[in-house]
Write a protein of this length. Structure first.
Lengths: 239, 95
């Protein structure tokens, strides 16, 4: 690996993967059915693997994951949102995996410092995206209750969907093109799921999105406390 | 776990090209597409397969344990039923 890995970009991508991985891991023991629990855990493990590679590019992975304060994390506010009900988890996954798949496809072809990782991860992410789409279709086009819950979840997380397309220092990607493709893809999935693209601001005063600057939402502090307490209480603990 | 509403599926995995699909286990899923995805997560995450079949467990007709004798215990005094008089050429595998 060349010495020119941009720190900000590596942390942004690595923290997205790390934080979402932890959130999905929280389903272990709580998922609606055993088969789905395994599916979510597999996605979490894929993301954790990506996070380890990305964080190791710019420092010690354990120090970065377990010893940084909240303000030093550069993940999107979208990925730190609590699991909520299953529909919220699927809506978050649909929004994020679609974004990550489009972004990693571009990075894989770019030849930049993230190309090797992106080329490997893009296959995993394609599966995450498919999993989220399949569930969105079934929940949206399912019972009255599943439709309503899916609609509510898509709406609740909508204000976090502008942030992924803000430029990131050191990340060489065409964000406005990505955003167009994202809107098209998510809109298509929601339509097929008998839902509509939510309304409301995705950028500006009524939206959210300063995670990349280190500003996070309230639930993130509690998540970090749980994620970091073992390492902080017993530094260097190992199996 | 309230997955009793979901039907049971039997999973068959082909581990390599040239081999046949072998029964790997079973799982619950709401429909065939998800059964395939769940099978991928449960049975092929460590590179165990190149192809998966899922079959609704209800579609399988199984032999009954009561019929074990007439089905599986033919008289053993007919050696010509057993292909033991052939030389197997070298290099023939999976036979």
């Amino acid at each position: 690996m060349t010495a020119t890995v941009p720190m900000t970009a590596a942390l942004a991508l690595g923290d997205d993967a790390l934080v979402l991985s932890h959130r999905l891991g929280e389903w272990a023991g709580h998922a609606p059915v055993l088969e789905e629990e395994v599916a979510l855990a597999n996605i979490a493990l894929d993301l954790l693997g990506q996070a380890r590679v990305l964080l190791s590019m710019v420092g010690d992975e354990d120090d970065l994951a377990y010893l940084r304060e909240e303000r030093a994390f550069r993940n999107l506010q979208l990925v730190e949102q609590p699991n909520g009900d299953f529909a919220h988890t699927i809506a978050r996954q649909l929004y994020f995996s679609t974004y990550q798949h489009l972004l990693y496809s571009e990075l894989a072809a770019s030849g930049g410092p993230f190309a090797p990782l992106a080329a490997k991860a893009v296959k995993e992410v394609a599966y995450h995206r498919d999993h989220a789409e399949q569930w969105t279709l079934r929940l949206g086009d399912g019972t009255d209750e599943s439709h309503e819950r899916m609609r509510r979840a898509c709406q609740a997380l909508w204000k976090f969907t502008g942030e992924p397309f803000q430029p990131v220092e050191g990340l060489d990607a065409g964000f406005s093109g990505l955003e167009t493709a994202w809107l098209e893809s998510v809109g298509d999935v929601l339509r097929r799921a008998t839902l509509t693209l939510p309304e409301g601001a995705r950028t500006g005063a009524w939206s959210a999105g300063a995670g990349r600057q280190g500003l996070h939402t309230e639930p993130f502090g509690r998540m970090l406390a749980e994620m970091q307490h073992l390492h902080r209480s017993h530094p260097g603990a190992a199996w | 776990m309230t997955n009793t509403d979901w039907p049971l599926w039997e999973v068959f995995v082909r581990s390599r090209r040239g081999l046949s699909h072998t029964h790997a286990g079973s799982l619950h899923a709401p429909d065939a597409e998800f059964a395939l995805r769940n099978a991928r997560d449960l049975y092929t995450r460590r590179g165990e397969g190149v192809s998966i079949w899922v079959v609704p467990a209800a579609a399988i007709t199984a032999s009954s344990p009561d019929e074990k004798d007439p089905f599986f215990e033919p008289a053993a005094d007919k050696p010509y039923r057993h292909p033991t008089f052939y030389e197997i050429p070298e290099g023939v595998k999976h036979l």
